[in-house]
Design a protein around this ligand. Structure first.
Ligand code: 3H9
Length: 698
């Protein structure tokens, strides 16, 4: 038998113990071992029941995702499930930790299920661009009905043991050692002469309006196909005999396995785990963190303070006046009351976070003992340097001094202190207590343990932290500036902002660039354009109509008008009629005859600009790995997860095709569309961005 399954006999129960750390994924060896274990139990004279239990922290986390994309090896998981269920012995699953995907499918093939109170079960395959492929779409509806099945399968939501019991997914909740609990349950079933109970033999579930459910799920998935496909699989459970339903599920599963979406989502899964794993930090210990200082209590500072309080840190926030300090306290309490309302914290925690754990002050001396300070004041180098000067004077040796700037030069800020090795950028995204992304900006002299501490802080705050080097805009905002410019050029040449927004939402973005501009505040882009005006390259095409929108006092959502009009009930979907007039006037002034753009061309140009700038960042070393860029766009900029990120998208298109697009656009505007040297090099070498990820992991 495979060494992944340990067979033991306990009285009249055979125990199959899965030993495949860290999470007992159903690798080829585990599947083989389970089949062999069932055969051994059935041949073992006197055995009346089989107990399946997992070792370590989980029952089973599902199929082995690392095997996806390779040729599947027998025994296939659906057959393993069938083998388990077909046993003449009573089969019991004792579940602890997580039972996900194929793990739950093994449990559903057992005849009885018991779980620890802390156990969680779920079918997260849709998050990998798949549907369950080992019978869950056929067995679960027979066990718990169509509605509950569709809820779990199309959302990938995990449920705790108590809810699983209520739904009927499991038969019993019991606390203790999983093997002991399972044995006691198996013995009681034997004593009661409980029947062998195969879910596949239960009656087919009642039908629903399948087309309506399919359409609704497709719409909710914003272009993601697997959740809607899951509806069709559950439909098969209702309409077909079990074995035919299994074949239908298998076909849909295998078809989805071939999709770009499956590749994109699995890339996202592994990149999310790899992003915080920096080769340069191997063996580097972070500094201890207990208390955090924050300078500035505006939206950003208050959001960072909220995140830090929620993670259990003590926070000292500095404002300029007592009134501003109290206003900051109010903002933080407001954020925390949101968490209280959503049941994320208790009233007791809320009280502690707004009193003992939080101090607001107007005196920098209060920061003498903090371990790390994050400055979140006005974006002006002079102001920042003044703040860092004060911090340098009052903070204890070894305290980390961080700036939340979104584009300023951290090297320059660091050089203005006597301790540049302790200075780092920690770029949060607003609202900082909600948004998952944190750019950890490493300056020339930042010490490795300071970088490690930035990542440790990000982990404590439950963020996706990405390493970035110093440049204007770091990774995210620099790429944003470029693809936004590509959109601006398309507007000048004939596309409307509304067509562009729609094309990109159809592509899968949470919002289009013009709606994002309205959300962030059009004054931000206006200020950036003014700041960059003096150093602008003469060949750069910069539209002026957005300045005119701002000059009229329209900054987007906060003023009720920008590219869109924001009135109660309209949710920003009403275009501002003044905008096309301003655009038309500018085209006339520039002598441009507007042309039509298809949605496909809009998307290609937008993505090409994104990929080209990203390749430049990689070439310059601002981003170390393509996956870092993918995670920035996914977690900070609403990039559709099912494409995996812009670099994965480019790999899926094929880099020669992306480069060919860029070279054809360069015929109109050689300055903006100059191909990134790294992109050209990869095409020549026949390599992909993912090859660079693999190089970095070596
Ligand atoms: C499926 O089951 C299809 C079937 O329906 C049909 C098949 C025919 N495989 O996340 P962590 C690794 S699809 C391989 O850091 P946590 C993970 O990469 C599957 N590896 O820990 C990491 O490796 P490393 C449906 C896996 O405690 C390590 O384990 N199942 C798998 O925060 C620790 O993971 C899912 O989608 C796997 N299935 O979270 C579940 N799972 O240390 C996906 C994990 O080298 N997994 N690894 O970086 C999860 O949601 C979380 O990993 C889990 C643990 C909750 C299990």
């Amino acid at each position: 038998m495979s060494d992944k399954i340990k067979y033991t006999r306990k009285g009249d129960v055979a125990v199959l113990r899965i030993q495949n750390p860290p999470v007992n994924a159903l690798s080829h060896a585990v599947r083989e071992g389970l089949v062999a274990g069932m055969a051994q139990a059935e041949a073992d004279v006197g055995v009346k029941a089989v107990l399946i239990v997992g070792e370590g922290r989980a029952f089973i986390a599902g199929a082995d995702i690392t095997e996806f994309g390779k040729t599947p090896l027998e025994p296939y998981l659906p057959d393993v499930c069938k083998r388990v269920e077909a046993s003449p012995l009573i089969v019991v699953a004792s579940m602890h930790g997580v039972s996900l995907g194929g793990g739950l499918e093994i449990a559903l093939s057992a005849h009885y299920r018991v779980a620890q109170p802390s156990a969680r079960v779920g079918l997260p395959e849709v998050h990998l661009g798949l549907i369950p492929g080992a019978g869950a779409t056929q067995r679960l509806p027979r066990l718990v009905g169509v509605d509950a099945s569709l809820d779990l399968i199309t959302t990938g939501r995990q449920v705790k043991a108590d809810e699983a019991l209520k739904l009927g997914i499991i038969d019993k909740v019991a606390e203790g050692d999983p093997e002991e609990v399972g044995l006691a349950y198996a013995e009681s079933l034997i004593a009661d002469a409980a029947p062998r109970r195969a879910v596949s033999e239960m009656p087919a579930p009642e039908p629903i309006d399948w087309d309506a459910s399919y359409d609704g799920t497709l719409k909710k998935g914003r272009g993601q196909i697997s959740p809607a496909q899951a509806v069709r699989a559950v439909q098969a459970a209702s309409e077909l005999p079990f074995d035919e339903g299994m074949l239908a599920e298998r076909k849909m599963f295998m078809d989805l396995m071939e999709t770009d979406q499956r590749q994109g989502m699995i890339h996202a899964f592994f990149s999310e785990r790899a992003v915080g794993n920096l080769p340069e930090l191997k063996g580097v210990e972070p500094r201890a963190l207990q208390s955090i200082g924050i300078i500035g209590g505006g939206t950003m500072g208050a959001g960072i303070a909220t995140a830090a309080l929620l993670a259990g840190f003590n926070v000292i926030l500095i404002e300029m006046t007592p009134d501003a300090a109290e206003a900051a306290r109010g903002r933080i309490a407001g954020n925390l009351s949101g968490a209280l309302k959503r049941g994320k914290i208790t009233q007791m925690k809320f009280d502690a976070m707004t009193t003992t754990a939080l101090e607001v002050s107007i005196n920098y001396d209060s920061l003498a003992l903090v371990d790390l300070v994050i400055e979140a004041v006005f974006e002006d180098m002079g102001v920042k340097k003044e703040v860092f000067g004060k911090l340098d004077a009052v903070c204890k040796p070894g305290a980390i001094l961080a700036s939340n700037t979104s584009y300023l030069d951290i090297d320059e800020i660091a050089a203005s202190t006597s301790r540049p090795a302790d200075v780092i950028g920690l770029h949060f995204f607003s609202p900082a207590h909600i948004m998952k992304l944190l750019e950890v900006v490493v300056a020339d002299k930042t010490a490795p343990e300071v970088v490690a501490t930035g990542f440790a802080l990000g982990k404590a705050l439950n963020k996706i932290s990405v390493r970035a080097g110093v440049c204007d805009g770091f990774i995210g905002n620099r790429i944003l500036a470029t693809y936004r410019t590509a959109a601006d050029h398309m507007v000048l040449d004939g596309a409307s902002p509304y067509q562009i927004d729609k094309a990109l939402v159809d592509f899968g973005f949470a919002m289009g660039p013009f709606a994002v501009g309205d959300l962030a505040g059009l004054d931000i882009g206006w200020a950036t354009r003014k700041r960059k005006a003096a150093t602008r390259h003469p060949a750069e095409r910069v539209p002026t109509y957005p300045d005119k929108i701002c000059e009229a006092g329209n900054f987007g959502q906060k003023t009720g008008k920008g590219f869109y009009i924001y009135e109660k009930g309209t949710r920003g979907s009403v275009p501002n009629p003044e905008v096309p007039e301003l655009i038309a006037a500018e085209r006339t002034e520039l002598g441009i005859t507007p042309r039509d753009f298809t949605d496909a061309e809009i998307t290609r140009r937008y993505m090409a600009a994104m990929v080209n700038e990203a390749a430049r960042l990689l070439g310059e070393g601002i981003a170390k790995r393509p996956l870092d860029i993918d995670m920035v766009l996914l977690f900070g900029y609403g990039f559709p997860r099912y494409w995996g990120g812009p670099m994965k998208w480019a790999d899926l298109q094929g880099l020669p095709a992306v480069l060919a697009d860029i070279e054809s656009y360069a015929k109109e505007d050689a300055w903006f569309w100059e191909p990134a040297p790294l992109l050209k090099q990869l095409v020549v070498e026949g390599r992909s961005f993912d090859d660079l990820n693999k190089d970095a992991a070596k």
